[in-house]
Design a protein around this ligand. Sequence first.
Ligand code: NIG
Ligand code: FE
Length: 398
Amino acid sequence: MNYFTVFAKKLYTALGNKPKRGLELGKIEKYENVYVVIENGKIKDLTKEKPVDAKCIFADLVIPGFVDCHTHIPFYGYREMDFLRRVGGLSYLDIHASGGGIYETVEKVKNAELSELVRFNLKLLAKYFKKGVTCLEGKTGYGLNELDELKQLQALKILGKISHMDVVPTFMAAHAVPKGTSPSEYMDKVIEMLQKVQNDCQFVDVFCDVGAFDLKQTEKLLIAAKNMNFKIRVHADEIERTGATQLAVKYGATSVEHVLKISEEDIDILARSNTFAVLMPATSYYLNEKYAPARELIDKNALVALASDFNPGSSPVVEPSFVMNLAVRYLKMNPYEVLTAFTLNSAAVLGLADKIGTIEPGKDADLLLYNDADLETVMYLIGITPDVIIKRGQIFEN
Ligand code: NIG
Ligand code: FE
């Protein structure tokens, strides 16, 4: 039996297995001088009484492991020149339209063997885990043909087994239109591929935007995916306002991603729905774009989660503290809102809120332990790493 305890001078966590909406996001539980009792990988108790005969680890600050509900892992290689071209004045769309951007990564992923793809991403996940991310979502979308999309899905499956993190796969063959094909022709192929991936993932995502898929093509995919019981997610209103958010809400999407350009009406519709707005401020930073209207969404009672969008183009970040820092700085979220959005609410997007995302009895023991830090430090000190990471009761010292 694996039995031990963590003594926290301060412990912050959201509570429960229901995501927090609107102002509820800012209501976190704060405990002082508390023991977290861990048995066989699960949290057994949260108590003021020192458990007898248990090994004890002390920490100034304990919080739940971060859950990153939107990344583009697995990718292969980087795109440093995209970054420099954008700084030089080219837009994300200019680069994409000239055959660069996503297409550059598609070429690299196609040319990589499955083993190389796994090796490259395993290294990234190891770095990210050390920073406190204990669960991550990853997407296909750099294959754009059946063979390479399935290769990415396979890589995600392997990564889930051999990395320390929980890895949740999403099928996103509708990430870009392959060169030489028409969007509607390719969308029909994506719909055919759904059957092949049904047993391997629960989520389907689509990039509905200028330069990718329009509302009509997106709607066709959403209908097909829903009929096959997939949960749907939509990259919506990121580059331009297309109306994708409203379309996604209409089809009961789990989440809309980015929503940088949503209108007042979109905000109202989203706030009244059960669709999450997944906010990713690092993308706005890298694309030099506006930030999502987080304050309005929260103040109007929307469901909000925070994620990195980790990818080699629009968000090359292996750094959760940077994402949280931007959320405080530019999304104007307070540290309690940020913590809930990056733990419980992110877990809820992935359908895992019963299992992870908070520190309470019955959930997996996924904890981050820091010394000489308080909650605010974690969002202010870019690059801070937990001193100890506990994943399903396993202890990793940094
Ligand atoms: O979420 N918007 C589309 N996809 C990604 C970017 C992927 C890439 O540039 O490689 C995003 O920003
Ligand atoms: Fe994305």
